[in-house]
Design a protein around this ligand. Structure first.
Ligand SMILES: Cc1cc2nc3c(=O)[nH]c(=O)nc-3n(C[C@H](O)[C@H](O)[C@H](O)COP(=O)(O)O)c2cc1C
Length: 323
């Protein structure tokens, strides 16, 4: 399980940072992989409002950390924590820059009608702090976060918000903080960290392994967490396969082939499935590996890719019996 923390305050070691770090530390101890983005220092370029994502499905700003890294992390994350101080009754400008760029994911969902394979299980939590005691302090932040989580295909689980927190570190003394963090862990981490991990491997990780991983995640995501890796990772997914998955509305965007070493450094799989052509068996030292024989499509045309997809669907149907 990956938890992505978006630390939205420009104040390093401040209340938002402290609150998020306290939660992530406990989540890490519970077995989750955790990653924090210090949003104020990430160098994210603001949305231009140009409409490119609505006609292309990707962002025109292709070379900043949002496009090169953060979209991928938002796709990979099982839990996204949006953490922000209240600035003039709203979210910090720094976090808002990241949120606005998610118009690309909004477009993929609502213009292109694509569904992320983790959509059914991904959750979102809001952490926020404010100096005063105002009744409506968090209303604006709640609304923005609700629509942000919807765009990134995360179900808004709940919010931890704290009033009367001003000086650096004051959040540590807030009554009930430890209990709130424990309850958040119970709801959003513990049920997911125990899911069985299934790793799909194919020669380049560009076609069959990501296809199987996405299908299995979409169908059985409440019981398993899938990943995919390659013997020789390609630089990107195979576009005929991506188009075939898009024809059945499964979004393969912002996913990339990775090496087996990298995949294993994130988590040890309970089951590894090597997908090959049935002639040469893929073996991974130290891992018990089940072989699935599904030949590479003979051509890249739509009909051949769709036949592979149908064959893969039947194979994925048999997955749960292996666990
Ligand atoms: C630009 C700015 C605007 C703020 N606006 C509000 C506000 O509208 N209401 C409020 O209660 N606190 C406001 N605060 C106070 C912060 O929300 C509060 O000090 C918080 O604990 C800061 O969190 P941090 O340490 O994570 O940055 C503001 C602070 C700054 C710097």
């Amino acid at each position: 399980m990956l938890i992505l923390g978006l630390q939205g305050s420009p104040r390093k070691g401040g209340n938002t940072d402290t609150l998020l770090a306290s939660f992530l530390e406990k989540a890490g101890q519970a077995g989750a992989a955790v990653k924090t983005i210090q949003v104020a220092r990430a160098g994210i370029v603001p949305c231009k409002g140009c409409g490119y994502c609505e006609t292309h499905g990707t962002c025109v700003i292709a070379d900043d950390p949002m496009s090169t890294e953060i979209f991928g992390l938002l796709r990979e994350a099982d839990l996204v924590v949006a953490a922000t101080p209240v600035f003039f009754y709203g979210i910090s400008a720094q976090l808002k820059v990241l949120i606005d760029r998610c118009q690309t994911l909004w477009s993929r969902k609502y213009v292109y009608k694509l569904k992320d394979p983790q959509a059914a299980t991904r959750k979102g939590v809001l952490f926020s702090v404010a100096a005063s005691e105002g009744r409506q302090l968090f209303d604006g932040i709640h609304l923005t976060t609700k629509y942000f989580f919807d765009a990134i295909d995360a179900q808004f689980s709940h919010a931890l918000v704290y009033r009367g927190v001003e000086s650096k570190g004051a959040i540590r003394h807030h009554e009930g903080l430890a209990t709130d963090i424990d309850e958040t862990l119970q709801k959003t981490v513990l049920p997911f960290v125990t899911r069985k991990r299934v790793l799909f491997i194919s020669p380049t990780g560009a076609c069959r392994a990501p296809m199987a991983a996405a299908m299995a995640q979409d169908r059985f995501g409440d019981c398993i967490r899938t990943g995919f890796a390659a013997l020789r990772p390609a630089s990107e997914l195979y576009s005929p396969m991506v188009r075939s998955m898009h024809r059945v509305a499964v979004d393969m965007g912002y996913r990339k082939p990775q090496s087996i070493e990298l995949a294993l450094s994130a988590a040890t799989p309970d089951l590894t499935i090597a997908i090959g052509d049935g002639v040469e068996k893929i073996r991974v030292p130290g891992l018990k590996t089940v072989q699935w024989s599904l030949p590479e499509p003979v051509s890249s045309d739509d009909a051949a890719m769709d036949r592979l997809r149908l064959a893969m669907e039947s194979q994925v149907d048999t997955l749960m019996a292996l666990l």
